[in-house]
Design a protein around this ligand. Structure first.
Ligand code: MSP
Length: 509
């Protein structure tokens, strides 16, 4: 039986159409999911939308529609965006779906009945856009430390979750599972800023607005949006009504989240799970933010384009590649169209595209598109064959450490070696000498085989291009097992005619 791998993105707020920052998280999750599938896992990849809350209620009101109508429209657009980015999710969840609403109500009731949730009064400083409560000392210049906007004092009768009760068990879990929170700096941040000062019980219901999941035994209250949202990771698996999928996929292997929501996923979520007596997720990775011109991508500033504009202009894989390659995973990075163009030209058009095109064209010119390997090897081949043969393991190591940009760079490095190998072996010179025909065939075979292996390893990152390359090679050796050793490219096939993979993008200046 295949080993399972459950990976999730956060569920996004559909308060406005999604921007390149949301695409960033989703593309990375997709690449990891595809990589795990390639390497033989039974992957469950979930994304979705977090549709309740005061902010959505307000937005809908401003737009003169119901909250449901408001979110329905954005979700349609989001699904279209994920399709145009080739996001291979297995399930798209929505917190307004009936089953989720019902199951969250059951979770809330269970916690109430067992005494982990109790009724009290809440007074606190609340940031509406972030749906977060803050203490005085956490504010920055009196404003929300996350978004910098005004906060307001809220006072209401409310239900509380006994977060404080789970503090010691949480710290123990951190200590016993050193890879639970990555990168490590985020774990230290959680301990120093939130846990060590002492966890306070969490307010988990609201009465100040209506657009949420009603507490079924006290319907003036709606469930706090973060309890509603975090539960998504298990309600979609049937919890608490059906345990078939829970048994198969829970605990999640990886919750991929942005750095500002690590605290919800590594403090509130594990404590809720402990209260429910469920295993905790294996890992939460907090990635950095994509910025524009060094600043936050902001719906209100409107400083970004619809990501489909980039896809239409440069191709889906140019956008995916840029998101995956440009920013060291975990750190913040800048998004700029100039850098996207530069990356596409240097890596995809020059290094990869030219290599594939030159190699297949030469195979046609000298051998009618038929790969043959007479194995007339020379010393110069060793380095290339060695590098290509080791690539699978190197990529595996990088991907297991979630060093996605480094995994890609390793593949690019091998592709650069292939280009260098062409320059050094000069097949066009070999072609002039009939006695070197077998050497020429060997050189081209080595290149075609290297391209095949790299194309398979690139498939999680740039799936459309990978498929185009493998189609041009006309090979059936396209699965992970075919990477077992160098030399699996068939010799009884005819390559398809060469096609340009990426045109160089000309810039105005
Ligand atoms: N709804 C909550 C998540 C609930 S998960 C149980 C939420 N939604 S969000 O739409 O505000 O953000 C969703 C994700 O998108 C977060 O991980 C956030 O970090 C990510 N990003 C939003 N803008 C981003 C960038 N500019 N760059 C990178 N990621 C960004 O929080």
């Amino acid at each position: 039986m295949k080993e399972k791998f459950y990976i999730s993105t956060p569920i996004y707020y559909p308060s406005a159409n999604f921007h390149i920052g949301h695409c960033y998280t989703t593309i990375i999750a997709d690449a990891i999911a595809r990589y795990k599938r390639l390497t033989g896992y039974d992957v469950y990849f979930q994304t979705g939308t977090d549709e309740h809350g005061e902010k959505i209620e307000k937005k809908a009101h401003e737009a003169g529609v119901t909250p449901q109508e408001y979110v329905d429209k954005i979700i349609e657009d989001a699904k279209d965006l994920w399709k145009s980015l080739n996001i291979s999710y297995d399930y798209f969840m929505r917190t307004t779906d009936d089953y989720h609403v019902r199951r969250v109500q059951k979770i809330f009731k269970k916690l109430y009945e067992q005494g982990d949730i109790y009724k009290g009064e809440y007074k606190g400083l609340y940031c509406i856009p972030c749906e977060s409560f803050w203490t005085e000392s956490q504010l920055v210049d009196g404003k929300c430390p996350d978004c910098g906007r005004e906060i307001k004092m809220v006072s209401e009768e409310a239900y509380f979750f006994k977060l404080s009760k789970y503090q010691d068990r949480l710290v123990k879990y951190y200590n016993e599972h050193p890879d639970f929170i990555l990168p490590l700096s985020r774990k230290n941040e959680m301990l120093n800023n939130f846990i060590n000062p002492g966890l306070e019980d969490l307010c988990v219901s609201r009465t100040s607005f209506k657009w949420g999941i009603p507490v079924d035994f006290d319907p003036d209250h709606v469930v706090y949006v973060w309890v509603d949202a975090l539960s998504n990771y298990i309600t979609t698996l049937g919890y608490p009504e059906d345990d078939t999928l829970m048994k198969k996929y829970w605990p999640a292997d990886l919750h991929l989240v942005g750095k500002e929501i690590v605290r919800f996923h590594t403090i509130i979520w594990p404590c809720l799970l402990m209260a429910l007596d469920l295993p905790l997720p294996k890992q939460v990775f907090g990635h950095g933010w994509l910025k524009i011109d060094g600043g936050k991508i902001s719906k209100s500033l409107g400083n970004y384009k619809d990501p489909r504009e980039y896809i239409n202009a440069y191709g889906v894989d140019a956008v995916r590649y840029y998101a995956l390659r440009e920013v060291p995973f975990g750190s913040d990075g800048n998004f700029s169209e100039e850098a996207l163009i530069a990356r596409t030209n240097s890596d995809l058009a020059n290094t990869l595209g030219n290599l594939v095109n030159r190699t297949i064209s030469m195979s046609y010119k000298y051998f009618d598109g038929k790969p043959v390997n007479p194995k007339v090897l020379e010393e110069i081949d060793d380095e290339l064959i060695h590098a290509v043969s080791n690539l699978k393991d190197i990529v595996e190591e990088k991907m297991n450490g979630l060093k996605v940009n480094e995994a890609i760079e390793e593949i690019m490095e091998v592709l650069r070696k292939c280009n260098k190998y062409i320059d050094e072996t000069t097949p066009w010179t070999l072609a002039k000498d009939e006695s070197k025909k077998d050497r020429l065939a060997t050189v081209l075979y080595n290149l075609l085989e290297s391209i095949r292996i790299c194309a398979i390893l690139l498939s999680p990152f740039i799936p459309e291009t990978s498929e185009k390359i493998l189609t041009q090679l006309n090979t059936k050796q396209t699965d992970y097992d075919s990477l077992e050793y160098f030399g699996k490219l068939e010799q009884d096939i005819t390559l398809n005619e060469p096609q340009i993979l990426f045109n160089r993008i000309e810039t105005k200046c």
